[in-house]
Ligand binder design. Structure first.
Ligand SMILES: Nc1ncnc2c1ncn2[C@@H]1O[C@H](COP(=O)(O)OP(=O)(O)OP(=O)(O)O)[C@@H](O)[C@H]1O
Ligand SMILES: CC(=O)N[C@H]1[C@@H]2OC[C@@H](O2)[C@@H](O)[C@@H]1O[C@H](C)C(=O)O
Length: 366
């Protein structure tokens, strides 16, 4: 039924492109009707990288980036609908995360660009966006917002489950029977793996299937230094981003890694850095099952190391539970748009530390 269909749009910290999906939320389930991914062209990617890293960008450059980004979002919506032989009248609204260009939880500031008013006009559809401000205004971290969605669709009445998103940043949702979901960012995943790979290769933006990492050996002393960053010991609620975990951070914590150590060994160590905090959470909470999504699921080395550290605990792709691992995040923003549309509060207090649960997102009409 059209009145349960929402489009979700996500472009994440990896800056790889736009994910779009159409989800039907009828009968309290989430049926993925279709999805679409459009990589950013290199020029727009470079512009977005600059916006994320450089604080001296002129407003004109920001305006240009936001206009181009908004065009890509509108294009993704159009492509998605055409691929399904549908039109805007078959959809209630679009939920657009936008592109994070700064996440400063300690200052209660998180900035996503994307121009929802223009997107609504281009697509002739209502757009729900700016999901994080409301949480931060209530004292929350502004992230992660996915745990409520994970609870609704991956929760189980008897099993304790850990949902893991291996994005640029890794985040987990701990789903225990008869408990509100909790969740937080565990630290870096692809953001450091991609950055280190790009420093040593010109051919691609990431280490294909983790082959380069597999050719190296994790270095215990380097790993220990990196895990010494206070973020890993900090108790939740917590969230982070590439503002913190980047190559400058690596150089600061382990100058030797930059020059003296084998580059593939550093990549193998960064895999361990992504995996170990997650495995530790799974062990500490005696989870019955780990469900994984995000682009890191394509990195075989990352997945093999995660399964190794989890021991006998089953590690399953979200696909086993009906959601394409590359589109769980975009589906989450379709769901958050539906929650906003129906004026449903999202459980936040146990996740982000907000002082109360609340309705998230602003609504822009065409
Ligand atoms: N074939 C592959 N081999 C290895 N890694 C891959 C492959 N395909 C995708 N990836 C990784 O997945 C990343 C994209 O993941 P994803 O789209 O989940 O991140 P994101 O949504 O941008 O991040 P976040 O969740 O932090 O916002 C790429 O940058 C790359 O590191
Ligand atoms: C500020 C921001 O964009 N955070 C993202 C990022 O990507 C993964 C992790 O860091 C998570 O906290 C969040 O995204 C997901 C969708 C979330 O809010 O649940």
């Amino acid at each position: 039924m059209a009145n349960h269909r929402f489009i979700g749009l996500m472009s994440g910290t990896s800056l790889d492109g736009v994910d779009a999906c159409l989800v039907d939320f009828g009968s309290n389930s989430a049926t993925m009707l279709g999805c679409h991914h459009r990589p950013f062209d290199p020029e727009l990617r470079r512009l977005l990288v600059r916006l994320c890293q450089d604080s001296r960008i002129a407003p004109e450059t920001l305006a240009d980036a936001e206009r181009q980004l908004c065009d890509r979002y509108a294009d993704a919506v159009q492509q998605l609908l055409s691929s399904l032989s549908l039109s805007g009248t078959d959809v209630v609204a679009i939920g657009n995360h936008g592109q994070t260009i700064r996440h400063l939880p300690n200052q209660h500031f998180s900035w996503q660009i994307g121009n929802p008013a223009r997107l609504a006009a281009l697509c002739n559809l209502p757009v729900v966006a700016d999901f994080r401000s409301g949480d931060m205004a209530r004292g929350g971290q502004g992230a992660p917002l996915a745990p409520a969605f994970h609870a609704a669709f991956f929760g189980h009445p008897e099993e304790c489950r850990l949902v893991v998103n291996l994005g640029g940043i890794a985040n987990v949702s701990l789903l225990r029977p008869n408990h509100a979901p909790v969740g937080w960012d565990t630290g870096p995943a692809n953001t450091l793996l991609d950055a280190w790979y790009q420093r040593h290769h010109e051919t691609a933006n990431w280490d294909p299937e983790g082959q380069w990492a597999a050719s190296g050996e994790s270095r215990a002393e380097l790993l220990e230094r990196l895990l010494g960053d206070p973020y890993f010991q900090q108790a939740p609620p917590k969230s982070t981003g590439p503002e913190h975990f980047n190559l400058a951070w690596l150089a600061q914590h382990a100058p030797a890694a930059m020059n003296e150590m084998g580059a593939a060994d550093v990549q193998a160590t960064l895999v361990e850095l992504s995996v170990q905090p997650i495995a530790a959470i799974a062990r500490a909470n005696r989870v019955d099952r780990v469900i994984v999504c995000g682009g890191g699921t394509h990195n075989r080395t990352l997945m093999t190391r995660l399964q190794h550290d989890l021991g006998n605990v089953p590690l399953e792709s979200s696909q086993v539970h009906g959601l394409d691992p590359d589109h769980v995040e975009s589906a989450g923003f379709a769901w958050l748009a539906q929650q906003r549309w129906c004026q449903q509060a999202v459980p936040l207090t146990a996740v982000t530390g907000a002082d109360r649960d609340g309705i998230l997102g602003g609504l822009w009409l065409p």
